[in-house]
Design a protein around this ligand. Structure first.
Ligand code: NAG
Ligand code: NAG
Ligand code: NAG
Ligand code: NAG
Ligand code: NAG
Length: 407
């Protein structure tokens, strides 16, 4: 059977069964190393920041000990660069023996002992992006079994060094292989990000039947420019992307860089606000040992997390865009709404903004809404549908409002 017919065959098989692992009914929350710790393998000079069991255990300790876990941040994951340069004698992936002396099973056990879940990384190709052993087509079942035996709860499958036809075969095949292990393993696919993120090359119906989350676009980097570019891409392509998301399957605009080096406080607010409105996975990539109180306060904001984890799982949309302001709206359960007003200006002082519930297209409750400023933790007032809601939005800043119906 050629690769192509095999792909079609698996595509059809996936269509009948659809991804039905019951996982990630709300966007996943947790921590991943990649944006912050990259492929730092130099444990002799930088023992606290190299990719190692020491780092993963330290982050698990922080997640469990510093209030993260009880708010829902439960995944602690590996990304690239955890592996030894070669598979073992039985052909299985194995960790670098110096950086992971206890092995991955013991590490997953440690993470589970903290009440957390453990994620791992591989790449559908001969090697990973950083040239460690990957998962080519003929290793998919072996690797799925290995991950299940280790107690893995989430697999991110990257897409370096394989072509489109291999991806079309491999991503569904790994989904099937994970299912057949009998262990519930959430499945994160980088597939669309390697295909430009848009139809006709990307079939979002098939993705939703194959994966629990998927990276659509560029990697996050530690800068406002990259963050704003990613936000704009999700807005510009929302007609395709927004309907693809829902309980069990999420668009993934990549990791939170709050607590790192590149964003101001106002810009950090933009990322948390937009990620909540986009129903995006909340995976932090920062050093939880040294994170500032300010950054922690943003990421641990209970109303923000309530919005992110809303049970309807509807991704928000950008409803207006002018020279300075973008308005994003997400409908929530029980007639509630989240509205983010983003000021993309880079000059001057906080800019006044005025709207009404009606102008936002929020008419559901004729008696009006209580409105809260989520990130300042302020009650803004009670507003009838035509009452003017005013605010000021800092340059490269945001106001995130939560509207609760009086009905
Ligand atoms: C595998 O797929 C079947 C059919 O969709 C589903 O009922 C089952 O729960 C899945 N098992 C796991 C472990 O994901
Ligand atoms: C894709 O890669 C596979 C495996 O390396 C190869 O056999 C196949 O010919 C490639 N297909 C295309 C269209 O390049
Ligand atoms: C996308 O995938 C779905 C599910 O496999 C399939 O029914 C549909 O025909 C595909 N759409 C296109 C345009 O190929
Ligand atoms: C803000 O967005 C508008 C509309 O896309 C654009 O014209 C303007 O250049 C942007 N401003 C900045 C500072 O990025
Ligand atoms: C709100 O304003 C619109 C337009 O001015 C008007 O038609 C409508 O009756 C007003 N609604 C309420 C509840 O005041």
């Amino acid at each position: 059977m050629s690769l192509f017919t095999f792909g079609v065959f698996l595509g059809v098989a996936a269509c009948g069964s659809s991804l039905n692992n019951g996982l990630l009914r709300t966007p996943p929350m947790g921590w991943v190393p990649w944006e912050r710790f990259r492929c730092n393998t130099d444990c002799s000079h930088d023992p606290d920041n190299c990719i190692s069991e020491h780092l993963i255990k330290a982050m698990a300790d922080r997640l469990a000990g510093d209030g993260w876990k009880k708010l829902g941040y439960e995944y602690v994951s590996l990304d690239d660069c955890w592996e030894a340069p070669k598979r073992d004698a039985q052909g299985r992936l194995q960790p670098d023996p110096e950086r992971f002396p206890s092995g991955i099973k013991a590490l997953a056990d440690y993470v589970h002992s903290k009440g957390l879940k453990f994620g791992i990384y591989s790449d559908l190709g001969k090697t990973t992006c950083e040239h460690y052993p990957g998962t080519p087509l003929d290793a998919i079942e072996t690797d799925a079994r290995t991950f299940a035996e280790w107690g893995v709860d989430l697999l991110k499958l990257d897409g370096c060094f394989s072509n489109s036809s291999t991806k079309a075969v491999g991503y569904p095949r790994m989904g099937l292989a994970l299912n057949q292990t009998g262990r519930q393993i959430a499945y994160s696919c980088s597939w669309p990000a390697y295909e430009g993120g848009l139809p006709p090359k990307v079939n979002y119906t098939l993705l939703g039947q194959t994966c629990n989350l998927w990276r659509n676009y560029l990697d996050m980097e530690d800068s406002w420019d990259r963050l704003f570019r990613i936000i704009e891409w999700y807005g510009d392509h929302q007609d395709v992307l927004q309907p693809a998301a829902g309980p069990g399957g999420w668009n993934d605009p990549d990791t939170l860089i709050i607590g790192d080096f590149g964003l101001s406080y106002e810009q950090s607010k933009v990322q948390v606000a937009l990620w909540a409105v986009l129903a995006a996975p909340l995976f932090m990539s920062c050093n939880l040992r040294t994170i500032s109180d300010e950054a922690k306060d943003l990421l641990q904001n209970p109303l923000l997390i309530y919005i992110s984890q809303d049970s309807l799982g509807i991704q928000g949309r950008r409803i207006t865009k002018s020279h300075y302001f973008e308005v994003w709206k997400r409908p929530l359960a029980d007639g509630q709404y989240a509205v983010a007003v983003l000021n993309n200006g880079t000059d001057g002082m906080p800019r006044p903004f005025a709207t009404t519930a009606g102008l936002l297209g929020i008419w559901g409750c004729p008696s009006g809404y209580k409105v809260y400023d989520v990130l300042q933790k302020l009650f803004m007032g009670t507003y009838q549908l035509n009452d003017t809601i005013t605010s000021k939005v800092a340059p490269t800043g945001v106001i995130l409002m939560f509207l609760m119906p009086l009905c």
